[in-house]
Design a protein around this ligand. Structure first.
Ligand code: NAP
Length: 191
């Protein structure tokens, strides 16, 4: 592997970043807080891979585009992307990220994993074609990971960071196109 992008890698995807640094990769991590980015870089220093911290707000689309472009110029095409974005606050961020990789990667393919909140599976919502914006991006291999919940007897709960990271790593290692961590059924058991 070579250059990997993790959007939101200082939060619940922290252990995914650590895992990816276990191999010779440059892992570009997007988040706003510089201190948390630097801590991730420091705490993975002993590993063979390295963190390239990219402090930016993905709702600032111009900065997202420019900084990502520069990062690809420096570190090479992004072969794997794992993106967790709050789309209500930045509805275009995922498309801009994918389009920038598409343009800068040229011939190199990118496995692009978009993490989706459980709300995406709400049966009362009209189904949206989330692949629509990505269809023309021929070097972007778009995949999804749906974050569900856990039903435990009479109760249910949200996923832990550990469960989310294990599920994401499993999806990458098994090369899964669309996966669900936990469950989204029955929907009325959603916490
Ligand atoms: N279905 C489920 O069970 C489920 C689903 C989602 C989350 N959760 C849980 O809920 C907890 C909180 O989740 P969370 O959504 O806050 O995710 P998080 O992964 O804990 O934090 C969000 C990540 O995205 C970055 N980020 C947020 N807004 C950004 C922006 N505008 N620009 C750039 N980077 C940005 C954050 O860094 P900065 O703040 O520094 O920018 C951080 O790295 C997690 O611990 C998780 O386990 C559960």
């Amino acid at each position: 592997m070579g250059h990997i992008l993790v959007v939101g890698g200082t939060g619940m995807l922290y252990d995914v970043c650590r895992h990816l640094c276990g191999s010779v990769n440059t892992v570009t991590v997007i988040a706003r807080n510089k201190k948390r980015l630097n801590r991730l870089a420091l705490e993975t220093k002993e590993l063979v891979g390295s963190i390239n911290p990219l402090s930016l707000d993905y709702a600032d689309y111009e900065q997202l585009k420019d900084d990502l472009k520069e990062s690809i110029f420096t570190n090479g095409p992004v072969e794997l992307a794992i993106c967790w974005m709050h789309t209500s606050k930045a509805p275009e961020a995922a498309t801009i990220t994918a389009e920038t990789i598409h343009k800068q990667n040229k011939q190199t393919k990118c496995k692009y994993y978009q993490l989706l909140s459980s709300a995406t599976a709400d049966p009362s919502h009209e189904k949206r074609d989330i692949f629509k914006d990505f269809k023309s991006l021929d070097n972007i291999d778009f995949r999804t990971i749906l974050l569900g919940f856990v039903v435990e007897g009479q109760t249910s709960r949200w996923l832990t960071d550990k469960e989310i990271c294990s599920g994401v790593i499993e999806a990458i290692e098994n090369d899964t196109r669309n996966s669900i961590i936990g469950t989204v059924e029955p929907w009325n058991r959603r916490p």
